[in-house]
Design a protein around this ligand. Structure first.
Ligand SMILES: CC(C)(COP(=O)(O)OP(=O)(O)OC[C@H]1O[C@@H](n2cnc3c(N)ncnc32)[C@H](O)[C@@H]1OP(=O)(O)O)[C@@H](O)C(=O)NCCC(=O)NCCS
Length: 214
């Protein structure tokens, strides 16, 4: 696929393609399609709520093959997760069966659905300085040519314009590439509010973004 890439606000029509990006990058940056029976579950957790609750902070990367990446975020993580539970989850409840019995026997779908109903959110210990958070995923055809930096810069500028003083994000400690990318964009490891071996938190200040450049 050749073509020009464009970054634009996400449309409601992008939903299916962006859910597919989420699944194609959902296993430590690689394809998670074999991990889930329901291909939409990961998108319900990491894409849908941002498109619905934070449309001003949802950006799509597209080329002539269609949407091939996203960067999504919120300026106020605590408010976002409250609205996630109050507004985003209730309509899904009717569609997804509640897992029962011993959690150690649950499938990946059941574990994720349980997680959706009661997200195990990991916030920074220093919430005041990192109130915003972000997610970015690009399909392979868009990776490694500067588009991640452009996408993240677009979001950081939008977060700063909304008054956020800093941003954090969580990643798998196994995703070395993402860690290198975030480091190149000025993120550093920050202390989480509690121990979590499955998630590494990184954060950066938004001071000066959108004014003196970055
Ligand atoms: C991680 C990801 C968003 C990076 O986007 P990208 O377009 O591939 O990265 P870019 O080409 O814009 O690179 C931006 C900078 O990061 C640096 N970088 C990228 N990968 C790096 C690595 N492994 N180690 C060190 N630096 C790295 C680049 O050298 C570049 O630096 P520069 O701008 O100073 O020259 C993208 O590869 C991706 O979506 N991967 C799959 C999904 C994923 O892992 N998402 C993150 C989940 S937490």
């Amino acid at each position: 696929m050749s073509g020009e890439f464009t970054i634009r606000r996400a449309h409601a029509d992008d939903r299916d393609a962006l859910y597919a990006v989420c699944l194609a990058t959902g296993r430590d940056g690689g394809d998670a399609s074999d991990d889930f029976e329901d291909p939409e579950l990961l998108g319900h957790r990491y894409v849908g709520p941002y498109l619905a609750l934070e449309p001003e902070l949802s950006f799509t990367l597209a080329d002539d093959g269609g949407p091939c990446g996203y960067v999504l975020g919120t300026a106020d993580s605590e408010r976002f997760y409250r609205r996630f539970l109050d507004l985003w989850i209730p309509p899904l409840r009717a569609r997804l069966a509640v897992p029962t019995g011993d959690a150690s026997g649950w499938s990946a779908d059941e574990r994720l659905w349980a997680e959706l109903r009661a997200p195990t959110v990991l916030l920074p210990k220093d919430r005041e300085n990192y109130p915003a958070h972000a997610h970015i995923d690009l399909l392979r055809r868009a990776q490694g040519c500067g588009l991640g930096r452009r996408m993240m810069t677009t979001l950081l500028e939008a977060l700063a314009a909304q008054g956020a003083v800093g941003v954090h994000l969580g990643l798998s400690p196994r995703n070395e590439r993402a860690r290198g990318f975030y480091h190149a964009l000025g993120f550093r490891e920050i202390e989480p509010e509690r121990e979590d071996r499955e998630t590494l938190l990184m954060g950066r200040s938004l001071q000066g973004i959108g004014s003196a450049g970055h």
